[in-house]
Design a protein around this ligand. Structure first.
Ligand SMILES: NC(=O)c1ccc[n+]([C@@H]2O[C@H](COP(=O)([O-])OP(=O)(O)OC[C@H]3O[C@@H](n4cnc5c(N)ncnc54)[C@H](O)[C@@H]3O)[C@@H](O)[C@H]2O)c1
Ligand SMILES: O=C(O)C(=O)C[C@]1(C(=O)O)C=C[C@@H](O)C=C1
Length: 365
């Protein structure tokens, strides 16, 4: 890679994760960053991720070969204005924003199309901030790349290779196409998750039984309702046309379902669930990113003091480190079970075999 100095504006979940990945794969690269929280920035310096903490977006950024804009989308577009007079033409600009039309329009307005390549890693979490950033967050996840019109083909190819070297899966798309696709597979799902949570909040009684009882289904579909309101406000403001198209289609689907339920059209309802199940099952896991790759099994609890300690000792005797362990109460199991999560597949297989030898009942899901 010929990008020796890399700058970051915004060093939260995504910026921090990319910086950590670059530090892991390119330890020699000089990285500088600006973010609002100088304390967090100092932490990134102390951890050896960032070499130079910047107090603002100033002339020091002129030394960068590549700058990642990693703040919320409209904020990124605003920083382009500040950067433009500071940067040489050799500096490549990229962003990680969840919407692309807005920033591409800004890039065109500022005459920066030949030095901007839009980017969007399709990985993330409902958590925010540098403290939740992980070097492997983007691993095995699609990283969409939307080059500006005048960017030389070899610069695009270099950036594609750079993204691939961070173990993400680069995919070059037109930025308009990107915004329609993400409206359907990311933006609308976030609206649905948050509105479902609102529905329960509105309809729950004073004893909050709904909140207490809500189990796997509700929790699975609403995890993303815990995401950052700052980020989602800006996504809705910068991709409204596409989100409205998706929302209209969704409303039509709900109206159709409503009338089928009203008319007790059992066959049609069955067909609806069968078709969506088949399509859902056909979605490849390969692009899921590392967050989805969990190596967990469930194990019947031995109802005696020290039960968890005994199990942990058995695993330790086999040289197996536990990533996470906890008791869960789930309708799927008659009694409470222990959920044990390991770091990788090999440890998972070894743990299952070892515990079965000790006559534990293991459930693999
Ligand atoms: N969270 C996700 O799942 C996800 C996934 C892919 C892309 N993105 C995109 O990545 C970008 C960052 O999201 P995140 O999840 O890392 O958020 P985050 O809240 O974890 O980090 C945002 C960073 O931007 C900084 N920031 C915010 N406003 C700023 C301002 N006015 N000036 C300077 N810095 C400012 C914050 O200090 C922080 O460092 C967004 O554009 C988002 O659309 C998010
Ligand atoms: O996994 C999550 O928590 C996410 O919401 C990640 C997610 C998504 O919708 O898939 C969110 C926004 C991004 O722009 C890209 C990825």
């Amino acid at each position: 890679m010929n990008r020796n100095t890399i700058g970051f504006i915004g060093l939260g979940l995504i910026g921090g994760s990319i910086a950590k990945a670059i530090r892991e794969y390119y330890p020699e690269v000089h990285m500088m960053a600006y973010m609002r929280s100088q304390d967090t920035l100092q932490k990134a310096v102390a951890e050896g991720i960032i070499d130079e903490a910047c107090a603002g977006v100033g002339p020091e950024f002129a030394a960068c070969d590549l700058i990642f804009l990693c703040a919320p989308v409209s904020t990124n577009a605003r920083y382009l204005e500040e950067l433009k007079p500071l940067l040489p033409k050799t500096c490549l600009l990229t962003d990680v924003g969840s919407t692309k039309t807005d920033i591409h329009q800004k890039v065109e307005e500022l005459g920066l199309t030949d030095q901007f390549i839009g980017g969007h890693p399709m990985a993330g979490s409902e958590k925010t901030g540098y403290e939740n950033a992980k070097p492997h967050l983007i691993e095995n996840a699609y990283y969409i790349i939307t080059p500006g019109e005048g960017v030389p083909e070899n610069t695009v190819q270099n950036f594609v290779s750079f993204v691939a070297s961070l173990k993400a899966l680069p995919l070059v798309l037109d930025y308009r196409q990107h915004d329609f696709i993400t409206a359907c597979v990311s933006h609308l799902p976030h609206l649905i998750a948050s509105s479902l949570v609102e529905l329960v909040k509105d309809l729950d009684g004073p004893e909050e039984l709904m909140k207490r009882i809500a189990a796997g289904g509700f929790k699975d579909i609403t995890r993303i309702a815990s995401s950052s309101p700052d980020m989602w406000e800006q996504i809705c403001m910068t991709n409204s046309d596409n989100i409205l198209k998706a929302l209209d289609h969704y409303q039509q689907q709900l109206s159709r379902l409503r009338s089928e339920i009203t008319g007790k059209e059992a066959g049609k309802i069955h067909e609806f669930f069968a078709a969506s199940r088949d399509y859902r099952n056909s979605i490849p896991e390969a692009s899921a990113g590392p967050l989805k790759k969990t190596f967990a099994f469930y194990c019947d609890m031995v109802d005696e003091a020290g039960g968890i300690a005994t199990l942990a000792t058995i695993l330790a005797s086999g040289g197996i480190s536990i990533k996470n362990i906890g008791i869960i109460h789930n309708r799927e199991f008659e009694e409470a079970v222990l959920r044990v999560e390991l770091y990788e597949e090999e440890a998972y297989k070894k743990a299952v075999e070892l515990l079965r030898r000790y006559r534990y009942t293991i459930y693999e899901r």
